[in-house]
Write a protein that binds this ligand. Structure first.
Ligand SMILES: C[S@@+](CC[C@H](N)C(=O)[O-])C[C@H]1O[C@@H](n2cnc3c(N)ncnc32)[C@H](O)[C@@H]1O
Length: 272
């Protein structure tokens, strides 16, 4: 962690915000709605509870929670266009969700404001892991739950991030996001402020027509991939696409289309 101190985390956060603003993550994120529904069940979200979805994108978690609370939920993200997609989705389903612009590392809520704080493949991307964990716990009431879905380092998405980083490296000294997909790191960042930690390895099956279709969709709509392809430029794009294609072919479980099970940890931590 000492190495991390040298990194300008505010500047990294600014660049990451610009990166996630590229493309339109909602086009891809809707395929993860089942993860949000499963997580809301794992966290036992109940009628009347106050729920926050951190780094909500187009609102999968906040929407899943609102189906269970019979009252308003809150989604927070730092990309205004994704919050707008979330507002459209919630309106279409007649669900009451407030979408708030903000940073996972500096949540604009009072201590203990929520019964459940969820984050689905979201808070794990904030560069200051300890501060993010502190914020998730701070806004959760004592006895409430922090519920997360985090990609594991050795699963498909964790490996994809490593593959992309081999071509377009992140700033040196940053803790990799999939660390959040390990029990050791979760215990490290939450420390003795939790009374229970339940961890279930699960898989999200990514379904596309082919490896080429996956690459096309990702480099068009997935900000981090779009930016990586721009960074490597015309000279590097064949090599990056080639390594992604190899990984997709190795990970594919279907003969005719692309079906890639990607491992994540479903995490429910109870605040002491
Ligand atoms: C992979 S997407 C997941 C979105 C959503 N949770 C879902 O399940 O569809 C990652 C999201 O995290 C958001 N994000 C990343 N770092 C963030 C930060 N520091 N503060 C707020 N949002 C952040 C991005 O804008 C993006 O919407």
């Amino acid at each position: 962690m000492a190495q991390e101190q040298a990194v300008d985390l505010k500047q990294v956060t600014k660049v990451q915000q610009q990166t996630w603003s590229q493309g339109d993550f909602s086009r891809i994120g809707i395929a993860g709605q089942a993860v949000a529904e499963d997580l809301a069940e794992a966290a036992n979200v109940r009628a009347g509870e106050r729920v926050l979805d951190v780094a909500c994108g187009a609102g999968n978690g906040a929407i899943a929670a609102a189906r269970r609370t019979w009252g308003p939920t809150v989604g927070l993200d730092y990309v205004p266009a994704l919050l707008e997609r979330g507002r459209e989705r919630a309106a279409a389903e007649r669900l009451e969700v407030e979408f708030v612009e903000g940073d996972a590392q500096e949540l604009p809520f009072e201590d203990g404001s929520f019964d459940v704080v969820m984050s689905i493949f979201g808070a794990m991307f904030a560069p200051d892991h300890q501060r993010t964990a502190d914020e998730l716990l701070r806004v959760t009431r004592s006895g409430g739950r922090v519920a997360m879905a985090n990609w594991t380092p050795s699963g498909f998405v964790g490996t994809m991030f490593k593959t992309v980083a081999g071509h377009a490296p992140p700033p040196p000294g940053l803790a990799p996001p999939p660390l959040w997909g390990t029990e050791e790191h979760l215990r490290d960042v939450f420390g003795d402020r939790i009374s229970d930690l339940s961890i279930t390895p699960r898989h999200l099956k990514m379904r596309y027509r082919s490896p080429e279709h996956f690459i096309e969709i990702f480099r068009t709509w997935f900000g981090p991939a779009k930016v990586a392809f721009e960074r490597v430029g015309p000279d590097g794009e064949d090599a990056l696409a080639g390594d992604l294609r190899d990984l997709l072919e190795r990970s594919n479980t279907d003969d005719e289309t692309l079906v890639v099970p990607s491992e994540y940890l479903e995490v429910v931590a109870t605040k002491a």
